[in-house]
Design a protein around this ligand. Structure first.
Ligand code: FES
Ligand code: FES
Length: 177
């Protein structure tokens, strides 16, 4: 009896190429959690309504629960495990999250961080309205919205104090923070 083989999809996750054998329609969320053991990305609703599964693809925040892996070949996927610029450091947002004691139960937090990271790369000095708009799809059942906003502003100030990002940084990861 011949075993059924699944197509190989080559993904780049947190800067490392990973090859996975899955049905091409499999949502990225399940590949991250079950194939690649990157369990920082959470399952909430499964229908793009809560933001718990948010990761970044080519810098943009996307909902991994509804994104088929087959659409991601050749793209840069970043999960919360890859948010810090180096393993021994923390991203400015992670430092601000600690400073403002943002997490309560913590379940929504990786999605919040990834949306916030995409926001700050696109808009280094966001207004309250910018933050509300960018974070609108990330639900926090613990209601930490005020602290999330304060932490995003704190991270923006820290980034500004560290100096401007390298030319052309845009949606790419900056080398500091
Ligand atoms: S699990 Fe993807 S948006 Fe809720
Ligand atoms: S910290 Fe509990 S859901 Fe956001």
């Amino acid at each position: 009896m011949a075993a059924t083989t699944k197509p190989v999809t080559a993904l780049v996750v947190n800067g490392v190429e990973r090859k996975v054998e899955v049905d091409p329609t499999t949502p990225l969320l399940w590949v991250l959690r079950e194939q690649l053991e990157l369990t920082g990305t959470k399952f909430g609703c499964g229908i793009a309504q809560c933001g718990a599964c948010t990761v970044r693809v080519d810098g943009r925040a996307i909902r991994s629960c509804i994104t088929p892996v087959s659409s991601l070949e050749g793209k840069q996927i970043q999960t919360v495990e890859g948010l810090a610029p180096a393993p021994e450091t923390r991203h400015a947002l992670q430092r601000a999250w600690i400073e403002h004691q943002v997490p309560q139960c913590g379940y929504c937090q990786s999605g919040q961080l990834m949306s916030a990271a995409a926001l700050l790369d696109a808009n280094p000095d966001p207004s309250d309205e910018d933050i509300d708009r960018a974070m609108d799809g990330n639900i926090c059942r613990c209601g930490m919205y005020g602290r999330i906003k304060a932490a995003i502003k704190s991270a923006a100030r820290a980034n500004a104090a560290d100096g401007p990002p390298a030319a052309g940084a845009g949606a790419e990861e900056s080398s500091h923070g």
